[in-house]
Design a protein around this ligand. Structure first.
Ligand code: DGT
Ligand code: CA
Ligand code: CA
Ligand code: ZN
Length: 582
């Protein structure tokens, strides 16, 4: 964690403590600490790692805060904050973040008016109930309304995996509407984007009005934002907005194509249509009378029932939705589109943790889980000792674990179990375990968990050094970003990719929905350089292996085929890939 992130955690703690009405001195200690930290010129991680220095020597950092800083650096989270978050309704924390509200006012709004969500806050402001509160007034009310607009503008985008839960529930429910003939979720959800702004639901139904009625009645619907004859917008309790469109059967494919997007993809599609004297919109593909000004002329309907039909009318293949970003797809369409990777192509999972470090289950449990998912090989890759809060393994413990892995592997006939490790790349550079230890493993992952706020040059050099280490097979989660939570560390990915290609090393696509790291564009860049990608779950429990499908979606957005992904290879082939002379 870098200073800015630690400061943000302390600010959050202060907000929550204040909300709880805690001792103001305690609240101030956290706020002060946050302020001091954000003004520091030196990384807390560096100071904490130096045995000759103490965090408490920093002005404004007492024993209490110093301990919490250590916890944050070691684990990336703070149990105290998590507990506070459990106790305090998240809606109220949300309130306090609205510009013009703040924690003090949030407390009053919650206590006096029972407001727990942004929607309730907006309603209260619009009904002018806020201005009558002591210390608020009409000006404050206005400021809060403006603040709400800003917050909505910045509106958090939901991770795909979280949106997927909402989508599955919604589709299941809407299938119960009368006379539904076809139903699809279009938009960024269908394209498998990392985050989703809103949901775009298309329904072809005998009775559109009753489909809209059913959506309005959905328990998850907090507000019907707008409603027309064929279009309705609702906001769900999760904050996600859903645009429902009722579409005639002969236009369903055209609407699906149109509302799947992306906008950029559709711009190119319309351009190509125009070259053929055609016009394409959400109602269909139309042939224009010769010499007609395309925007006005109606034209003759020639396609629209299915997406296949729409693209075919334009002389284009039906692009998988994940490809529709106006990147490479129109170039690829000149030949045959690549057959994108599917979940069933995966044969191995090469990043997972057990109780030896921060996992929740044993090696045997993970083998059982792998078998249930049809895998042929797995690697046990617990953390190395640097990750002290995860009880990372030193050389002795790792060697003992590897003997156990060998034993399990001998007993298990149907699955190859590899002796692996997720070895930290140290802040000062170099690996957390000596080469002679790494040499005894089957599968060595290098990853960078600490010193993430270092300069671009430092981080890049640390990664390059790991790639050059003859015993390292793969770099895990190469950019370190956490979606909606933490930016990637500053790294020169061009150099990392070039080095991986030069040294024949693999790069991970970590399938954890919070990571999805590599990004799609980097997957495409790696593919172009012939770098094998490995899609791993980084499972910390048996069920953790279920995230593989998110990684597959991301790989598809990167245009990867099974051949581009090393862990689609059968075990005999994969074993050759990793046994190459070092
Ligand atoms: P999101 O919701 O921000 O995650 O991203 P999308 O791609 O789902 O965007 P959204 O919901 O605004 O619209 C869905 C698709 O509908 C979009 O990819 C293309 C199409 N679309 C929507 N509005 C327009 C528009 O004004 N012009 C054009 N050409 N296409 C649009
Ligand atoms: Ca959308
Ligand atoms: Ca939309
Ligand atoms: Zn891991």
């Amino acid at each position: 964690m870098n200073n800015r992130e630690i400061a943000a955690v302390f600010e959050q703690v202060a907000d929550l403590l204040e909300f709880q009405g805690a001792n103001p001195f305690r609240v101030r200690a956290y706020r002060n600490g946050a302020k001091k930290i954000s003004e520091l010129n030196e990384s807390l991680t560096t100071i904490a790692a130096d045995p000759k220095r103490k965090l408490t020597d920093i002005a404004g950092i007492g024993k209490d805060l110093a301990d919490r800083i250590c916890t944050l650096i070691d684990t990336g989270s703070l149990p105290m904050l998590e507990e506070l978050q459990r106790e305090i309704p998240s809606g109220v924390v949300q309130l306090s973040r609205i510009p013009g509200v703040g924690p003090k006012k949030a407390v009053v709004l919650q206590r006096e008016l029972g407001i727990n969500s942004l929607l309730e806050l907006r309603a209260a402001c619009e009904e002018q109930r806020v201005r009558s509160l002591k210390g608020f007034g009409a000006k404050t009310e206005d400021a809060i309304l403006k603040g709400l607009a800003i917050a909505e503008e910045a509106g958090a985008r939901m991770r795909w995996a979280d949106a997927d839960v909402v989508v599955q529930n919604l589709l299941e429910y809407m299938r119960g509407a009368a006379g539904v003939r076809q139903m699809e979720m279009a938009g960024s959800y269908r394209r498998g984007r990392e985050t989703i702004g809103d949901l775009d639901l298309l329904i072809d139904a005998a009775d559109g009005a009753s489909a809209m009625e059913r959506l309005a009645d959905h328990l998850q619907v907090e507000q019907v934002v707008g409603r027309g004859d064929t279009k309705m917008t609702v906001r769900l309790a999760s904050g996600l907005q859903v645009d429902l469109r009722v579409v005639p059967t002969e236009s369903f494919g055209a609407a699906l194509q149109y509302f799947t997007g992306s906008k950029e993809h559709n711009v190119v599609v319309r351009g190509l249509a125009k070259q053929r004297g055609l016009k394409v919109n959400e109602w269909g593909v139309f042939r224009l009378p010769a010499g007609a000004a395309d925007s006005d002329a109606k034209g003759e309907y020639i396609a629209g029932r299915t997406e296949d039909e729409v693209y075919a009318a334009l002389g284009l293949p039906c692009f998988p939705p994940e490809m529709r970003e106006a990147r490479q797809e129109f170039v690829l369409a000149a030949g045959e589109l690549p057959k994108l990777i599917e979940l069933s192509d995966i044969r191995g999972d090469l990043h997972m943790h057990t109780t030896a470090s921060d996992g929740q289950q044993s090696i045997d449990d993970m083998v059982v889980a792998a078998r249930a998912r049809g895998l042929e090989y797995i690697a046990i890759t617990d953390h190395s000792k640097r990750v002290s809060m995860a009880h990372g393994l030193d050389a002795d413990r790792l060697r003992r674990q590897w003997r156990e892995v060998d034993q399990v592997n001998r007993q298990v006939e149907d699955i190859e179990v590899l002796k692996g490790v997720e070895c930290d790349i140290l802040e000062k550079g170099g690996m957390d375990l000596p080469d002679d230890v790494l040499a005894e493993g089957d599968w060595i992952i290098a990853s960078l968990h600490y010193g993430q706020s270092q300069s671009r040059q430092q981080i890049t050099e640390r990664l390059l050094e790991a790639i050059e280490n003859p015993y390292v097979h793969m770099i895990a989660h190469p950019t370190g970003r956490l979606i909606n939570r933490r930016e990637a560390y500053d790294v020169d990915m061009d150099q990392v990719l070039a080095a991986a290609a030069r040294h024949g090393k693999m790069l991970e696509l970590n399938a954890n929905p919070a990571r999805l790291d590599l990004h799609d564009v980097h997957c495409a860049a790696a593919k172009a350089l012939g770098i094998p990608i490995v899609i791993n779950t980084d499972a910390h429990s048996a069920s953790g292996m279920d995230v593989m499908r998110y990684g597959i979606l991301q790989a598809r957005r990167g245009g990867l085929t099974a051949a581009d992904v090393a862990n689609t290879q059968p075990w005999p082939e994969f074993s050759k890939l990793i046994a190459a002379p070092r």
